[in-house]
Write a protein that binds this ligand. Structure first.
Ligand code: ZN
Length: 254
């Protein structure tokens, strides 16, 4: 199995999608929350993203995640983010399902991104609720400015501290995103499974939906996954694979 064969598979697929996990973000210098060198091992990270704790003291989340989430402006998309955006642009990728909450796929230019663990793109008021009501929503950039200056983003109506739309522990995952991700997975005749250990559900179900509907999966991850034996191609090194895909894309274009 070569990357060239993988590239041909991508080009010939009718409906290719990707599922990305923490391994894609770590290439941009973002710490893995759960992995081997994950944040959870050394700090109160469980507490940062715990909904009952957030309700008690939302300032803890904002203080603890200031650089982690709101300093993301300094982070740039990796070669994997960039090549995935280019694949979509050239019509070789229909949808991108991600477990990451760092907005780097959007930053790289990907359009059809489904964030199954939520997103800090918006902040909403839990009290006035209606997460879709623009009156009580604050976009990431505005919230980041406040948080990085040491403040707390507050509801303009009731002055409650806003919550990011990231899915916290103790909250259910976003229903619409999960539905969309499931539909895309079932439609896929090829799914690229990138930088995820496939141990967190329901993300880990997505490639199973693809297989069950007759599609194929490709796994690129630096650790083994429970679905390795079911992958049509299996690679270890994300950076290496995507460098080569980038070259092949370039050659193919010219
Ligand atoms: Zn409010």
């Amino acid at each position: 199995m070569t990357v060239k064969q993988l590239f041909e598979k991508i080009r010939n697929a009718k409906y290719n999608t990707a599922l990305t996990g923490a391994g894609v973000s770590t290439l941009s210098g973002i710490r893995d929350f759960r992995g081997k060198n994950g944040l959870y091992n050394e700090m109160d990270a469980e507490k940062i993203f715990d909904i009952s704790y957030f309700k008690k003291d939302p300032s803890f989340y904002y203080k603890a995640s200031a650089s982690l989430i709101y300093g993301l402006d300094e982070k740039t998309p990796s070669i994997v983010h960039n090549v995935l955006a280019e694949l979509e642009k050239q019509g070789y990728l229909k949808a991108l399902i991600t477990q990451n909450i760092d907005l780097l796929h959007e930053k790289a230019g990907s359009k059809n991104v489904i964030e199954i663990h939520g997103s800090p793109r918006i902040h909403y008021c839990m009290r006035c609720s209606g997460g879709n009501n623009p009156e009580v929503c604050m976009p990431f950039d505005e919230a980041a400015k406040i948080v990085l200056a040491g403040g707390l983003p507050k509801c303009p109506k009731c002055a409650s501290i806003l919550k990011p739309d990231i899915t916290f522990f103790g909250e259910s995952l976003p229903v619409n995103a999960l539905r969309d991700a499931t539909i895309e997975s079932q439609k896929s005749d090829l799914m690229l499974v990138l930088g995820t250990s496939l141990t967190v559900f329901p993300a880990a179900s997505m490639p199973q939906y693809t297989l069950r509907h007759g599609g194929e999966i490709v796994i690129v991850n630096n650790m083994s996954t429970p679905m390795d034996s079911e992958a049509v191609f299996r690679f270890d090194d994300l950076e290496e694979v995507f460098c080569e895909i980038k070259e092949l894309l370039f050659l193919h274009k010219n």
